[in-house]
Design a protein around this ligand. Structure first.
Ligand SMILES: [Zn+2]
Length: 365
């Protein structure tokens, strides 16, 4: 049926960007993905607990946007120093503001934040509503720049007796040394109290399928939204109280945005199954009234009203983001030149990608 605006696409697999582009070119038509927003993740915590920085994430997302123009968007991520928890707050605060304005001028359409991921939040030590972010949020609010933020994780990840085997093996089980899910949500409230007009989208429905009243309270702010990215699995949880959740989808039909955590999967024998898994789940859930299985869990599709669905799949993202911002090609080239001079970058294929970016953008200018 309808065309799709996937507002939550990543590129994290180790492969040259040229290959990722050709895989995305095959994948997008097969899922009717006509617009897409690439989400950058510059800092992460590895499964062994190391807080790391990937120099290539922001430039790769901007170049993916460039490659899929005019239908694509890019969200930058803040680049944190590796000793971020020891850094002087005032210095960091200015750094974050400088980055936000740099990215806005360069042609990014928004900011992606993984800082609310439990392991990131633990490593970084500062609350999401800390003063250190105030200038940054104020700038985004003032300029209507959207943020897509990952906050918390599925509730069962805080209980080793309930967490699924995959979460346990990936180190996504949280003891008392991590902030709790509710503490993280309180920090989001702290942001919204200071910046009530912020265009804040929580990915994965904010992992709020356990707490419908809190979900409503978050959506009651003027410019907040959820994206539908699977995780945990929020939509299947909602089925246990679907009559009430359906009312949420109806009341807040302008504030729910399709996103699937889409990737260019390596083109091995499981390629099709892998890249289709999440989009297929979302579409079976929303568009059918039949029984299906997702990651071993049975669920029944909700056959969502088509007008609401068109908003979720397309119109809401278009309203929020407008047309993609113009990319500053000189910035993209300069960034690539600068990064090429840095040794020991974390990502594989970094220099090969940078040369490809310089060649492609340089030739088209
Ligand atoms: Zn994601």
């Amino acid at each position: 049926m309808c065309k799709i605006f996937d507002a939550h696409v990543h590129h994290l697999f180790e492969m040259p960007i040229e290959d990722a582009i050709s895989i995305f070119k095959k994948e997008f038509p097969l899922t009717k993905t006509e617009r897409q927003a690439f989400m950058s993740l510059p800092n992460e915590v590895s499964s062994s607990g190391e807080f790391y920085f990937d120099e290539m994430q922001n430039i790769r997302m901007l170049f993916l946007k460039y490659s899929f123009s005019p239908t694509a968007y890019a969200f930058a991520g803040l680049e944190h120093p590796l000793n971020v928890w020891q850094e002087d707050g005032e210095k960091l605060s200015k750094n974050y503001l400088r980055q936000a304005s740099e990215y806005a001028l360069a042609g990014y359409d928004g900011m992606k934040m993984l800082e609310g991921y439990p392991s990131m939040r633990k490593a970084m030590k500062r609350p999401l509503c800390d003063r250190v972010y105030d200038r940054y949020y104020a700038f985004l609010q003032e300029n209507g720049i959207p943020i897509t933020m990952h906050v918390a994780n599925p509730e069962e990840n805080w209980d080793i007796t309930k967490a699924d085997a995959h979460a346990i093996s990936a180190g996504r089980v949280y003891d008392g040394s991590y902030p709790t899910r509710l503490a993280l949500l309180d920090e989001v409230d702290g942001i919204m109290k200071k910046f009530p007009k912020l265009k804040l989208t929580l990915a994965h429905f904010g992992f709020l399928s356990y707490d419908i009243e809190r979900a409503r309270a978050f959506l009651d702010y003027e410019n907040t939204a959820f994206d539908t990215t699977p995780g945990g699995e929020q939509l299947i949880n909602m089925l246990s109280d679907w009559d009430e959740w359906q009312k949420v989808f109806e009341s807040y039909q302008d504030k729910i945005i399709y996103g699937s955590d889409y990737y260019a999967f390596p083109m091995d024998e499981s390629w099709e199954e892998n890249f289709l898994r999440r989009p297929k789940f979302l579409r079976e859930f929303f568009e059918t009234d039949k029984e299906h299985t997702y990651l071993g869990k049975k669920f029944h599709g909700v056959n969502m009203d088509r007008k609401i669905l068109a908003k979720i799949y397309w119109e809401n993202a278009i309203k929020r983001l407008g047309n993609p911002k113009r990319i500053d090609e000189n910035y993209l080239l300069q960034k690539a030149e600068d990064l090429l001079k840095i040794d020991g970058k974390r990502a594989e294929f970094a220099d090969c990608d940078l040369r490809y970016i310089i060649q492609t953008v340089g030739c088209n200018k």
